[in-house]
Design a protein around this ligand. Sequence first.
Ligand SMILES: NC(=O)c1ccc[n+]([C@@H]2O[C@H](COP(=O)([O-])OP(=O)(O)OC[C@H]3O[C@@H](n4cnc5c(N)ncnc54)[C@H](OP(=O)(O)O)[C@@H]3O)[C@@H](O)[C@H]2O)c1
Length: 254
Amino acid sequence: MIVDRLKGKTVLITGGTSGIGLASARLFRSEGARLAVTGRNPERLATAQAELGGETLVIPSEASNLSEIDSLMEQVKNHFGQLDVLFLNAALSSPAPIEQVSEAQFDKIIGVNFKGVFFTIQKALPLLGKNASIIVTTSITNRTGSPNFSVYGASKAALRSLVQSLGLALISRGIRVNAINPGPIETGGFNRLPLPRDVFQAIKNDIEGKSPIKRFGTPEEVAKVALFLASDDSAYVVGEEIVVDGGISLVCLP
Ligand SMILES: NC(=O)c1ccc[n+]([C@@H]2O[C@H](COP(=O)([O-])OP(=O)(O)OC[C@H]3O[C@@H](n4cnc5c(N)ncnc54)[C@H](OP(=O)(O)O)[C@@H]3O)[C@@H](O)[C@H]2O)c1
C-alpha cells in the first residue's frame, strides 16, 4: 500500500466535518498531511476534532461569509504559513420545486456553493505556492438536470465553469484547479435531507435502481479521488472534472 503521498503538505478542507470532507480529512491525514477543516454544526465540529486529533485545526467558519473567510485564512496562515492543497467541499442543498424557492433560499445556496467558493479561492491565493492543488466538489446535477434541485444544480454548473476558467488563469503560477463530480454518495448530509422518510426512501430506491452499479457510493470512494487530485500523482491534470458516480450519469444524461 502506498503511504505518505501528502507528506509535509498543508491542506485546508472546507466542509471537513461530515461526509466526503471528513472521509478525505481522515485519508489525507493518514497520508501525512497537516490539516485544517471547517464546518458549522458544533456537534460535528467537536466529533471531527476528537477523531482527527489535536494537531488538526478544526475551525467553525461560514462558507458564504467573506469576513469569516478572511479570518479563516488568517488562522491558516498563522498556523501553517502557507497552503499546498485547498479542497472546497462545503455546500448546501435544499430540495424544492421552482414555485417554492424563496429569494432567501436562492441567495443562501448560491452564496455558499458558488460565491463562497470563488472568494475562498481568491483569499487563499497569497498562501498557495508553486505545485499547489485546488479541488472543488461539484455534482452530477450540474449536467443531468434535477428538477427539485434546480438552484443547487445551477450552482454546481457555475463551479464547473469556474474550474475551467481558474484552471487556465492559475496554472502559470503553478496552481492546478480541478473538480470532483460525485454522483449519489451515502453521507451524513444525504441522510439529513429534509424530506419525509417515505419520500426519501423512494428517491433512494429509484437512484439505486437506475444506477449501473446498483448502489450508492461511499465517502471513502470519493476521498480516494480527492487524494489523487491533491497529490503530485495528478501533476499533469488541469481544469478537469472527474466523475465519481458508479456510472449513473451515463444513463441519466439527456
Ligand atoms: N452526498 C452526495 O450524494 C453528493 C452528490 C454530489 C455532490 N455532493 C457534494 O459533495 C460535497 C460534500 O457533500 P456531503 O454529502 O459529504 O455533505 P455533508 O455530509 O452534509 O457534509 C457537508 C460539509 O459541509 C459543511 N457545510 C455545509 N454548509 C456549510 C456552510 N454554509 N459553511 C461551512 N460549512 C458548511 C458541513 O458542515 P455542518 O454540518 O457543520 O454544516 C459539512 O462539514 C458537497 O459539495 C456536495 O454538494 C454530494
